[in-house]
Design a protein around this ligand. Structure first.
Ligand code: GTP
Ligand code: MG
Length: 289
C-alpha cells in the first residue's frame, strides 16, 4: 500500500484551491491589512508559505484562532515567536462574542501610520480593506460572522466550505474579503500533513487514519500523558507503544468488535473526535523549539 505521505502530496491541491491562490494574488494589491487565520493548535503547520512570500510590504495580522482548544502555555510561546518575526498577533476564540472590539483596536493600532499619512493628504482616514486568508477549516468564516455579529457567510465543521471569494461590508469604513481555505501543493515534512488532518484542515476521509493516529498517540504519550490517562481512564507507561495504548483505550472504553478484539478503527475515530472537540483537553500539536 502507498504510504499516507505519498497520497497526501497528490491529493491536497484541488482545482478550487489553485484558483483561490490566483484570486488572492489579484486582490492583494489593493488591501491594507492581510489577516491570516491560523489554528492555535498547529500554528506552524497552518502558516501559509505562499502568503509569507507575497506579503513583504503588507501589514500582516495573525489570528491564533481556536485558542480555547490549544495549550495556554504554548499560546504565549507562539504569540512571542510570531511577534519576533515581525507579525502582529492576536490570540482568539472566534466563537466568543467580544471579538469586534479586540480586532478594531488592533486594526487602529496597526494602521496608525496609514491614518497619519492619510490625514496629511486630507484623505478619509480610517477606511480599510482587509483580506481574510488561511488554511481550510481554521475558522475564517466564523471570525467574520462573529466580527459582524450576524451569520453573513457560511460556516461548517469540515474543510472546503467557502468555495469562492466574497466581499463583506463590515461598516462604511471596513471591507472584508472572505476566501476559500488554501493549502500548500507540497509540505516540507510528513508531520505537517498529519497535523492538518488531526485539526480537521484536511479531510480524514481521504487518508488512512492508522499512521496518523499512531503518530498522534505517540506525541500525546510524550507531551500530554496526563490527558490520555484522564480522558480514557487508563494507566500509561512511557515505554508503552502506541499500539499498546490503543489497546488499553479500547478495553477501557469497551470499543470491542464482534470477535471480542479491540476495534482499532473505532478507537482511532474516538481519539480524533475527542481531540478536535477539546475533550482530550487543551492541546497544541506543533512543537516549538
Ligand atoms: N472551538 C472553536 N471552534 C471554532 C473557532 N472558530 C471556528 N470554529 C469552528 O471551526 C469550524 C470551521 O469554521 P469555518 O469558519 O467554517 O472555517 P473556514 O476557515 O471558513 O473554513 P473553509 O471555508 O472550509 O476554509 C466550525 O465548526 C466552527 O464552529 C474557535 O475559535 N474555537
Ligand atoms: Mg469559510
Amino acid at each position: 500500500m502507498e504510504s499516507n505521505w505519498h497520497e497526501m502530496n497528490i491529493q491536497w491541491f484541488p482545482g478550487h484551491i489553485a484558483k483561490a491562490r490566483r484570486d488572492i494574488l489579484l486582490n492583494i494589491k489593493n488591501i491594507d491589512i492581510v489577516i491570516e487565520v491560523l489554528d492555535a493548535r498547529a500554528p506552524l503547520s497552518t502558516k501559509s508559505v505562499f502568503l509569507s512570500s507575497l506579503q513583504k510590504n503588507k501589514k500582516h495580522l495573525l489570528i491564533l484562532n481556536k485558542s480555547d482548544l490549544s495549550d495556554d502555555k504554548k499560546n504565549i510561546l507562539y504569540k512571542n515567536y510570531f511577534n519576533k518575526l515581525g507579525y502582529y498577533v492576536v490570540l482568539l476564540n472566534s466563537k466568543s462574542n467580544n471579538i469586534s472590539k479586540i480586532i478594531n483596536r488592533e486594526i487602529l493600532s496597526i494602521c496608525s501610520d496609514l491614518i497619519e499619512k492619510r490625514k496629511n493628504k486630507g484623505l478619509k482616514i480610517n477606511s480599510f480593506k482587509t483580506i481574510i486568508v488561511g488554511m481550510p477549516n481554521v475558522g475564517k468564516s466564523t471570525f467574520i460572522n462573529s466580527y459582524v455579529k450576524k451569520n453573513i457567510v457560511k460556516v461548517e465543521n469540515h474543510p472546503g466550505v467557502t468555495k469562492k471569494m466574497q466581499w463583506v461590508k463590515i461598516s462604511k469604513d471596513l471591507l472584508l474579503l472572505d476566501t476559500p481555505g488554501i493549502t500548500e501543493p507540497k509540505f516540507s515534512n510528513q508531520n505537517i500533513g498529519f497535523n492538518l488532518v488531526l485539526i480537521g484542515s484536511l479531510n480524514e476521509k481521504n487518508f488512512v487514519l492508522d499512521e496518523i493516529i499512531l503518530y498522534f498517540v505517540d506525541f500525546l504519550k510524550k507531551n500530554y500523558i496526563e490527558n490520555l490517562k484522564n480522558r480514557y481512564n487508563i494507566d500509561v507507561d512511557i515505554n508503552d507503544t502506541p499500539n499498546q495504548i490503543i489497546e488499553k483505550i479500547g478495553i477501557s472504553k469497551n470499543i470491542i468488535s464482534k470477535n471480542s478484539l479491540v476495534d482499532y478503527n473505532r478507537v482511532y475515530n474516538t481519539i480524533l473526535i475527542d481531540f478536535r472537540s477539546g475533550k482530550l483537553g487543551k492541546i497544541t500539536i506543533d512543537e516549538i523549539y
